[in-house]
Design a protein around this ligand. Sequence first.
Ligand SMILES: Nc1ncnc2c1ncn2[C@@H]1O[C@H](COP(=O)(O)OP(=O)(O)OP(=O)(O)O)[C@@H](O)[C@H]1O
Ligand SMILES: [Mg+2]
Length: 300
Amino acid sequence: MARIIAVANQKGGVGKTTTAINLAASFAAANLNTLLVDCDPQSNSTSGLGLAKDAERNSTYKVLIGECDAISALQPTALDHLFILPAHKNLIGVNFELVDAENREFRLRNALVPLRERFNFIVIDCPPALDLLTLNSLVGADAVLIPMQAEYFALEGISELLDTIERIRTALNPSLEIEGVVLTMFDERTNLAQQVTAELKRFFGEKVFATTIPRNVRLAEAPSHGKPVILYDDRSRGAESYVNLAKEIIAKHMPGFDAFAEPVQTSEQVAEGEEKQVVNAPRWRRWRDRNKLITMDLKG
Ligand SMILES: Nc1ncnc2c1ncn2[C@@H]1O[C@H](COP(=O)(O)OP(=O)(O)OP(=O)(O)O)[C@@H](O)[C@H]1O
Ligand SMILES: [Mg+2]
């Protein structure tokens, strides 16, 4: 059964999409079957994984309004174990079209039911608003992961998000957990970053991930190449930090699973042709080859 993690923060530009794409890709790189659900009309996760804009393609919009099922909307990506449920800007219409609809907050939750058994992790990228799309994401999720920048007023916007989480727990999804808070675009050298981190730890305690995501230009460049950073520059600090975040989450929910351990590389594993998909690939290739899972036949 998949663990469904919604990446949410109503503040814009805090690293939700960067986190959703690269966390999902890091799970997939550990051979865990992973689905990224783009629940933001900006569709940055969709374009960030190299999918062209296409209003006709099955997407989160069509799934949420009941025009298609989620399985028929899945798209493969350059990573064997990573699939995406893409978005299009028409997704914004859900906020209006479903206003009076029955079960309007449960649309995504219900749509994901048949996918739960096919994936280990489902990661949902939310829009920067506490709207019906974020509500659907939080009602459909097991846990919310909150990316935050280490800014002085970091906690102010968060109280509104925490209120929303509390209301959802009371009325719609009692088992919603906080997966954790991850500091993004982090510069540990500044006093401000240290102070905000200390304050967040007082507030969230153990829920603050040990891993922080540094400001790293490779993370900002990768989406323009339609790739997660692990396929763009797997030696960058950005790639390494998201692998570490994935490891923290995997260790919590799948104790004993050690997919990133590096085996001895044999000559067969450096077979010709493998370079095609993967830029700067040796470590990534070793992770992937370690235990090849059965590739899912999603349509079958
Ligand atoms: N760790 C990082 N290092 C450098 N640039 C980053 C990092 N994280 C995110 N960015 C850049 O910051 C910008 C905002 O990031 P992102 O799109 O992930 O935020 P978001 O919360 O999804 O935004 P929105 O609220 O609009 O959906 C993007 O240009 C992204 O490439
Ligand atoms: Mg985004």
